[in-house]
Design a binder for this molecule. Structure first.
Ligand SMILES: *Cc1c(COP(=O)(O)O)cnc(C)c1O
Length: 398
């Protein structure tokens, strides 16, 4: 099947059928792909070596390209409605390569103030030292975004749903604005997943995933993917090869396997998250719940405009008693474990103030809405009643 054959298929049909042909020369289509656990490949002749190198990356050396990369790249490109994709050994590898494809010394990135901590560190601690400057904005302050774009920013860097407050980004409006100033719009779609939204369809130029999270979905692989238009992917590939953050064949295989059930998982995780958000919202010991599916969330209308299939599996909430209160609840949970990541099939919690936002000065962190009592939940696919009962007994410890 060519990728255009997939255009009219539903999401779950597409993800379970895309990327199966592994050996084009012999036309082998395996029902489950093999693992090409090889760092290097045999080339037929010197002439062939010359030709394939001129035609772009082929299966010669696995840092450049491996058949398991291709399978995952085809799958994620199809899910995101992109023309191509490049895989990486982590989400951070993907983000670094995407930015370095577009930016050079002297350029400016305008980034959401709420971006992932690793991305913040890459921009502020690493890229700043090689002359790539970053300006942080609230993406809800359109005038400020415009003013910075007017000054000639190269990239507008966004996240569809932010961590841990689940703010929603107006990708469509901001992409239109950025394109008035010829900035490239890069969207980290890790939290929302391609099942819920395709940022490219909303006008973004490049989409990034930490495949470690929902694409893989079972907390067993680390990886990243960048999706975009053909020209961008062609420019990105050599940057990826030079950076060397290449995905292992086994992890590529695991992520492809996990991605087959992305739709089913995220559908269930979104249902559980919605139900948990409602339960927490009505609980007397809970001060505040952040979930874009709740009518009380400040971005609920915007979220409803493009998240038709659900609002995602992430919820955060603030309990009474600051740090002590949060610790009591987290320590009292039995089924739900403290795990400083997200997107697995089992429900987990983390504490942003002590993990992802530890580097932020306390006052700044609290001003940003991330208090000591804030708990982040990554909803799994369990039977909701068991999750509710666990949170109910844990909150009773307060
Ligand atoms: C985890 C995460 C990343 C980084 O991905 P790694 O696979 O850990 O390198 C980037 N963005 C978001 C939104 C994430 O949650």
């Amino acid at each position: 099947m060519q990728s255009k054959d997939f255009e009219r298929l539903g999401f779950n049909t597409l993800v379970t059928h895309v990327a199966k042909k592994v050996d084009r020369a012999r036309d082998i289509v395996s029902s489950a792909p093999p693992i090409y656990q090889s760092s290097v490949f045999v080339v037929d002749s010197l002439e062939d070596l010359g030709r394939t190198e001129a035609e772009g990356p082929s299966y010669i050396y696995s840092r450049h390209l491996n058949p398991n990369h291709t399978l995952l790249e085809e799958a994620v490109a199809a899910m995101e409605n992109g023309e191509g994709a490049v895989t990486f050994s982590s989400g951070m590898g993907a983000i670094a390569a995407a930015i370095l494809t577009v930016c050079r010394a002297g350029d400016t990135v305008v980034a959401s103030r709420d971006i992932y901590g690793g991305t913040y560190s890459l921009l502020m601690n690493r890229l700043s030292r090689v002359g790539i400057k970053t300006e942080l904005v609230s993406t809800h302050d359109v005038d400020h975004v415009r003013a910075l774009l007017e000054k000639g920013a190269t990239v507008l860097y966004l996240e569809t749903l932010t961590n841990p407050l689940l703010k929603v980004t107006d990708i469509e409006g901001l992409s239109r604005l950025a394109h008035e100033y010829e900035a490239v719009v890069i969207v980290d779609n890790t939290f929302a997943t391609p099942y819920l939204v395709n940022p490219l369809a909303l006008g973004a130029d490049v989409v990034i995933h930490s495949a470690t999270k929902y694409l893989s979905g079972h907390s067993q692989a680390t990886g990243g993917v960048v999706v975009g238009r053909r020209e961008f992917i062609e420019a990105l590939r050599p940057v990826a090869i030079d950076l060397g953050a290449s995905l292992s064949p086994f992890d590529a295989w695991l992520i492809l396997l996990g991605s087959r059930t992305l739709g089913l998982r995220v559908e269930r995780q979104s249902q559980n998250a919605m139900a948990l958000a409602r339960f927490l919202d009505a609980h007397p010991k809970v001060l505040k719940v952040n979930y874009p599916g709740l009518e009380s969330h400040p971005d609920h209308r915007l979220a409803s405009s493009f998240l038709a299939k659900g609002f995602g599996g992430m919820v955060s909430f603030e309990v009474e008693g600051e740090l002590e209160g949060a610790a009591k609840v987290i320590d009292s949970l039995k089924l739900v474990k403290l795990v400083p990541s997200l997107a697995g099939v089992s429900t987990t919690v983390s504490h942003p103030a002590m993990t992802s936002h530890k580097a932020l000065p306390r006052e700044e962190r609290i001003k940003a809405g991330i208090g000591d009592g804030l708990i982040r939940v990554s909803c799994g696919i369990e039977d909701f009643e068991d999750i509710r009962a666990d949170f109910e007994q844990a909150l009773a410890s307060l």
